[in-house]
Design a protein around this ligand. Sequence first.
Ligand code: ADE
Length: 350
Amino acid sequence: MNENILKFSSEETNPISSYSMPIDEEPEMLSLRPKRICEYIGQPEIIETLTIAIEAARKRKEPLDHVLFHGPPGLGKTTLAYIISNEMGTNLTVTSGPALEKGGDLVGILTHLDEASLLFIDEIHRTPKPVEEFLYPAMEDFSIDVVFDKGVHARSHKFRLNRFTLVGATTRVGLLSAPLRDRFGIFRSLDFYSDENLVRIATRSAELLNVKINTEAAFELAKRSRGTPRIVNRLLKRVRDYAEVRADGIIDKKIVNSALSLEGVDEKGLTNLDRHYLKTIIEFYNGGPVGIEAIAATLQEESDTLVDVIEPYLLKIGFVTRTQSGRRASEKAYRHLGIGVQSMQRKMFK
Ligand code: ADE
């Protein structure tokens, strides 16, 4: 494990550790992540921006400008924070917006940051407003104002901080307040990956996991990974298990197909929840338009999960559209699910 990464402690109350790890922060998945910028596949413009900014900051012997990454889960926001810390040769402290419950949680972290070190705040849009307000002076002039006592005894004290870099990650940039957003010098959105880049990632990961996969199989895996490296790596592990138990350990296209149909992942990479979401719009709400809260209530899911995790890819492949009056399923979605648009309309007007 990277020595620069602040170790996760098991203490419940520690805001540095008290949020659940995404699947690719588990030890075996961590080892699949690229550690240096030259190992990173995809997102060429972001890589170019970071390469230049890192080299310039190192030359000037200054901390890097604050960086904000935006995009759906699993596209590499956290990976990029780890890479920046490795390239800058500085410590990385990891926390998340919801883990910072009180101003004191953030103050405790900020006052312990070394000169030029990195603070990564995942889901930064979920930072409580009173905590967020400590970030403004911290980001702008590396100081914080702490108020002691209340009422007539209230006194404020300015603490100087070491100069640090804040790396924020968010799935919902629209929920970030303008004062916070404007304090990031670098702001980049991550896109879904092409099948070709997912093939390269799957091939690299297979090598690290010491498993054989042919090109045709890697393409099939890529096609079913919703443009997302975290998914390609997760599915690769399921397919590896299947190949080892039901075959000779070598992954070919047939193995990928069998293993993934067992996982409920279809030929477009959609899962049971994706299909359930689409069928709810089509069968329950006659194809839409329907509001997200109504869909969430019918599915008994959090609307945030649908907006952050389910919808981005369905929007990207044109299976749903978002209008002012709500979500609509497209003809493509009907065709994929084998539901006739006309038969649904006939049912509607009966
Ligand atoms: N593993 C996960 N994401 C990756 C990426 N973008 N490049 C290389 N390996 C990866």
